[in-house]
Design a protein around this ligand. Structure first.
Ligand code: ZN
Length: 311
């Protein structure tokens, strides 16, 4: 009896231990899940909160053309007596602030929206603004947005082109020119002829290393060719709205081209000399340009982009 009871007790203790182990593992897993969830919620909340506190402000570029800044790619606004034209529209949560900033320049009807390329920080408010006016872009912008699983039909460009297009609004001629693979495979630059203002899209990151979207059809050498195209095909006194950074000019665009040329040669030479990725990263980009690193494109990420595309 006793021994049987004892065995039973041992069995009971064994069972309890197993149950406890299962419960303990479950509890640990639960703890991890709760931690992951709270991290997700926190990061989502901080992003959402960041955008709710963002102010959208405007400054004059030249003539009737203005630059709006908030979060994401710089916005261009042409404000005329016959209506408004918008170049890029940042993120969806900013749509109403962008609209208010645009209307505060001139309270007129929005006539056209232009997308310089397909990235979310340039087209995020498309669905909002497409209720007022058609979206115009290179055909690869529409193609790439359509491939996104959760795209909204209302966010797609409805007028597309291959090489370029001119829009005439009031006395302004807006020249949209597609340039071959550079930042993506659907980049356009927007030149306001009368105002002499160029919106470069993301073919110019003022004061910082550029992002080149190799998976979105971009190319490092193509990017430099496109920057050179902009230098050769605009007047010397052109006012430049870069994709990111401050309102600027051709002197800075030329310095940017020099940095790109230097970076390409620097990494190509190292690769030709048989240097490994680790050796190239350890050597760095050089003192002259390392200050162009920023949170999104660090020196390492810039070098890795160059290595990947030039190898
Ligand atoms: Zn971009």
């Amino acid at each position: 009896m006793l021994s049987v009871d004892f065995t039973n007790d041992l069995n009971q203790i064994g069972k309890m231990k197993r149950v406890r182990n299962i419960l303990y593992k479950g509890y640990n897993r639960m703890k991890k899940i709760v931690l992951c969830l709270s991290l997700l919620i926190t990061s989502f909340y901080s992003v959402a909160q960041d955008l709710t506190t963002v102010e959208v402000s405007s400054q004059k570029a030249a003539g009737d053309v203005y630059m709006l800044t908030g979060a994401g790619g710089n916005i261009g606004v042409l404000a005329t007596d016959q209506g408004l034209l918008l170049v890029d529209d940042q993120f969806q949560p900013l749509a109403e602030k962008i609209e208010a900033a645009m209307k505060s320049i001139k309270n007129n009807q929005l006539k056209y929206i232009v997308n310089t390329h397909y990235h979310g920080d340039h087209i995020g408010s498309n669905a909002h603004f497409s209720q007022y006016a058609p979206i115009v872009a290179h055909e690869n912008v529409r193609n790439r947005l359509m491939k996104k699983e959760k795209h909204q039909t209302s966010s797609l460009p409805v007028v597309t082109y291959q090489d370029g297009l001119k829009i005439h609004l009031a006395k302004e001629e807006i020249q949209l020119t597609h340039l071959p693979s550079g930042h993506t495979d659907g980049d356009s630059i927007v030149y306001f002829k009368k105002a002499n203002v160029l919106h470069t899209g993301d073919l110019f990151f003022q004061g910082r290393f550029p992002y080149i979207d190799l998976d979105g059809g971009g190319s490092v050498r193509g990017y430099l060719n496109n920057v050179n195209y902009m230098i050769e095909h605009t007047p010397d006194d052109v006012v430049i709205i870069p994709g990111h950074g401050e309102l600027t000019n051709k002197i800075e665009l030329k310095l940017f081209a020099q940095m790109l040329k230097y970076s390409i040669e620097h990494v190509s030479n190292a690769l030709t000399a048989g240097k490994t990725e680790q050796e190239i990263l350890a050597a760095g980009i050089g003192d002259q340009y390392k200050g162009l690193a920023w949170h999104f494109i660090t020196e390492e990420r810039w070098l890795k982009t160059l290595i990947r595309d030039l190898n």
